[in-house]
Design a protein around this ligand. Structure first.
Ligand code: PMP
Length: 406
């Protein structure tokens, strides 16, 4: 019992900022709650395979970092990031370390980019569908989304060329490699056109590339960032901003990722990050630095191999067990594939029936900034055993057959 003076009960919701009130719970997080029943085979979450985590190597690297740096490994450090890690990333990309900003997960990079680039009402072009987490990051800054059509080869660049004149778009956000959610890859031919088109129209191009290293089939295509570098001739003139992460190649829990950008963008990212968290955890950056030379390439090889096998099996089982009329993407890497069911099938409404059959997926609609895609769904194969894939796809096939028979 309170013994102090009587005070009014605050309406806390009413005191939230308009920005906070514009945020909404991730549809996926809500869905994952339903799908996380213990006996349900879940293709819903986009989790890396934990049995592949390099446990011993991270243990060794942690001790090595503590020995190498002493208390400095546990001290505050610079906002830009651990210099040797920035050097290493810069060397990989052929740019100075000064064009690299370490961030606490590429999710933070997206939030900070939203903060420094998007004013209320700015036109932000996004793929349809796109990564839901980017929509969540940008939303509080008040973008006006315009969806760019996509097909099997990623962004339809000619449709984009028709959209751009007069649009005064600020940013185009794209995931060109093994996109989350579709698993599609932007074809090599379209990349150059996309970079040139956005440059011509003064549109900043955010290339979000957490999966690029995880190609298990097909030929690698140049990054949009590298094409931008070629076009402009200098990293400080590049209109492409590149974001990548160690989450999918090493481990997600260390929250180590980075942004490559021109000096004026980096300068603002530093200021924005200071306000957000001062710096990415020092020890985590040092651990990753210990690992990049030898462990990272081996780990990438392992993960690629495993995900390639899992994707291959999932596609085989889809071909064997799914009814006619279900379209699927064939990813060349990454963690996801995408199903399109005949018009009129609502994958959100279908989910409880799939869960009854002990299988789960993510309905596709939340991945569309402006709605649509009710007949689509995302499947993740990265965190499933062969048995789970075989059983789960059979159960999903039965669910889909039931829905199509109605
Ligand atoms: N971008 C994309 C396209 C993603 O799929 C993810 C992870 N799901 C992220 C960014 C965020 O990754 P992280 O913060 O772990 O680097």
């Amino acid at each position: 019992m309170s013994t102090g003076p009587t005070v009014p009960t605050l309406d806390l919701h009413a005191r939230l900022s308009a920005r906070a009130r514009s945020m909404n719970a991730s549809a996926i997080r809500e869905i994952l709650k339903i799908t996380q029943q213990p006996d349900v085979i879940s293709f819903a979450g986009g989790l890396p395979a934990p049995e592949l985590f390099p446990m011993q190597e991270v243990r060794d690297a942690t001790l090595a970092a503590l020995d190498r740096y002493g208390p400095a490994a546990l001290q505050y450090s610079t906002t830009e990031g651990h210099p040797p890690l920035r050097e290493w990333i810069g060397a990989q990309a052929g740019i100075p370390a000064g064009n690299v900003q370490i961030v606490t997960g590429s999710q933070q990079g997206l939030d900070l980019l939203g903060k420094i680039l998007i004013d209320e009402g700015d036109v932000v072009l996004v793929e349809a569908p796109t990564y839901l987490g980017a929509l969540q990051s940008f939303q509080p800054y008040g973008p006006r989304y315009v969806q760019v059509p996509t097909d099997e080869e990623g962004i339809d660049v000619e449709a984009l060329a028709d959209l751009l004149p007069g649009l005064n778009a600020k940013v185009l956000y794209a995931v060109p490699n093994f996109q989350n959610p579709t698993g599609r890859t932007l074809s090599a031919g379209r990349r150059r056109r996309l970079v040139e088109l956005t440059a011509q129209h003064g549109v900043l191009l955010i290339e979000d590339d957490p999966y690029g290293a995880l190609r298990f089939t097909g030929e690698p295509a140049p990054s949009l960032y590298s094409l931008g570098l070629e076009l402009h001739g200098h990293p400080d003139r590049n209109h492409v901003i590149y974001s990548s992460s160690f989450s999918k190649t090493l481990v997600p829990g260390l929250r180590d990722a980075w942004v490559q950008a021109a000096a004026p963008v980096i300068a603002k990212l530093i200021q924005a990050k200071q306000g957000a968290d001062l710096h990415t955890p020092t020890l985590n950056q040092m651990i990753v630095t210990e690992l990049v030379q030898d462990v990272l390439p081996r780990q990438i090889e392992r993960v690629r191999q495993a995900y390639g096998e899992r994707a291959g099996l999932m596609l085989d089982r889809i071909r064997a067990d799914f009814p006619q009329g279900v379209q699927y993407t064939t990813p060349q890497g990454g963690m996801f594939l995408w199903l399109t069911l005949p018009e009129g099938v609502d994958t959100q409404a279908l989910l409880p029936r799939a869960v009854e059959r002990k299988v789960a997926y993510v309905p596709g609609s939340p991945f569309y900034a402006l709605g649509g895609g009710q007949n689509t769904m995302r499947l993740s194969y990265s965190n499933a055993t062969p048995e789970q894939i075989t059983q789960g796809i059979r159960a999903l096939g039965d669910t889909l057959r039931g829905a199509l028979a109605e």
